[in-house]
Design a protein around this ligand. Structure first.
Ligand SMILES: [Zn+2]
Length: 448
């Protein structure tokens, strides 16, 4: 077997931390100056905040003076004549356009210059090379062409020498069948897919009369997006279909314009976030205060290298885990995992809970491992968890007993009292594009 270099860009990926921080700061300071001079939106924002680029000489200055922005701040200025809301730093005719998912309103427009494209391809090359993409690797990828990344991944793969990449269209039923058939004939090494599509593919394989563990036995790695994987989901995917594969999670993109893929550990532990391209800060979702060395918080990101529509101190509204400890792979950049949308956090008896915490418990029981559930948020600070859930009727006749077991486990694991109601669950909504199931039903909004 041919041997390849370990890192795509060894100089940057293993740059000593101190040096990397200096490079990041230098780019950050020059980015503030650049957006102030070239973007209507930032010029107005900083003028109103009484700050000029000359005031920003250190990270402390930046964190003290530069306002954190949210999607709505940009949306205020969006119009058909000004679709970028003034964030763009070069004229629109010079930009390749992408749009966000728009799950919470008008999609935000983003644009890339030619140089930005090169940077994004570099970023994808580093991340996917780290997962083991090499010349000769065969890949089936499907993560929705609505996003900026799939087309760029094709280019990145070409650059890495990964020529045999097959792109499947949309992540819906008919395409899942196609993906299953293609697996049989194309025999890919890697799959790059959203979580729900992976399930559809397994179902299609069974319908085709195939045994999934056999059909997918040649798959070496599967990279899954959209919903963060619980340890049990990983285990089950391996047992039921991808018996010889490593299962990894990837997420990112959007306004952060970076794409980390967890790959350094067998278990989900975050993908490297390239600090020469972005600055990532964490804030407390409630107080909105910066939490300097926290491991979990709401992600605020700054593109320090891209020039088309840079997002500067942009609140991604995602709850993330960051890992700053040295990584086994030798890369010096921190790792990040996106856990949930930040507004899906709830307070129960003074504790902060996300649906992921409940999901891991429901998955422990065969009767509810595949159950749909929703958490009802009935006040800002609830005294107990309220859950409406389904269960597998074939696996138990005694639903009272099942409820007791679940309640006990919630008490043990989360230290919380709970009320569980069995019933058919219509999840409040499912984002068809990103395949995130919304598991919080906010009753406080209706009461107002
Ligand atoms: Zn690593």
């Amino acid at each position: 077997m041919e041997s390849y270099k370990q890192y795509w860009n060894p100089t940057i990926e293993t740059m000593p931390k101190e040096e990397l921080k200096q490079l990041q700061l230098k780019r950050l300071i020059s980015q503030v100056d650049y957006v102030y001079k070239n973007s209507q939106f930032y010029h107005k924002l900083y003028s109103q905040a009484g700050v000029t680029p000359e005031d920003i000489k250190s990270l402390e200055d930046y964190q003290k003076r530069i306002p954190i922005i949210q999607k709505d701040d940009i949306r205020k200025d969006v119009s058909p004549e000004n679709p970028f809301g003034g964030v763009n730093c070069v004229p629109p005719k010079k930009l390749m356009i992408w749009v966000s998912t728009g799950t919470s309103g008008i999609p935000t427009f983003g644009g890339r210059t030619r140089e930005d494209l090169i940077l994004m391809i570099e970023n994808l090359s580093r991340s996917f090379w780290a997962t083991g993409f090499r010349p000769g690797t065969k890949v089936i990828q499907q993560f929705g062409n609505w996003h900026w990344s799939p087309s760029n991944l094709v280019v990145a793969c070409n650059r890495m020498g990964v020529k045999q990449m097959m792109v499947i269209g949309a992540s819906i039923g008919p395409f899942a069948q196609r993906a299953a058939v293609l697996t049989k004939y194309f025999k890919p090494d890697f799959l790059v897919l959203p979580a729900t599509f992976t399930q559809l593919m397994i179902q299609e394989a069974i319908k085709m009369g195939e045994e999934p563990t056999e059909l997918f036995s040649g798959i070496k790695k599967i990279l899954i997006s959209a919903e963060v994987l619980t340890p049990l989901t990983r285990k089950r995917l391996k047992e039921r279909a991808f018996c010889n594969a490593e299962v990894h999670f990837y997420a990112g993109g959007g306004e952060s314009q970076v794409w980390p893929v967890d790959s350094c550990y067998p278990e989900c532990d975050g993908g490297h976030l390239w600090e020469d391209l972005v600055l990532s800060e964490l804030i407390d979702p409630e107080t909105r205060e910066l939490i300097p060395s926290a491991e979990r918080g709401e992600q605020v990101t700054t593109n320090i290298a891209t020039k088309g529509t840079p997002y500067v101190r942009f609140d991604m509204e995602d709850l993330v885990d960051m890992y700053y400890d040295p990584c086994v792979c030798g890369r010096t950049h921190p790792r990040i995992t996106i856990i949930e949308r930040a507004d899906w956090q709830i307070k129960v008896a003074g504790k902060t809970i996300v649906p992921f915490d409940v999901r891991t418990i429901f998955e422990e029981f065969p009767e509810t491992e595949e159950a749909i559930f929703k958490i009802q948020k009935y006040s800002q600070n609830m005294d107990k968890l309220k859950i409406v859930a389904e269960y597998d009727r074939k696996k138990t006749k005694d639903r009272k007993e099942l409820r007791e077991r679940l309640r006990q486990r919630i008490k043990e694991k989360l230290g919380l009292e709970s009320e569980i109601e069995w019933g058919q669950v219509v999840v409040p909504s499912m984002d068809q594009v990103t395949h995130k199931i919304v598991r919080i039903e906010d009753l406080t909004k209706e009461k107002k």
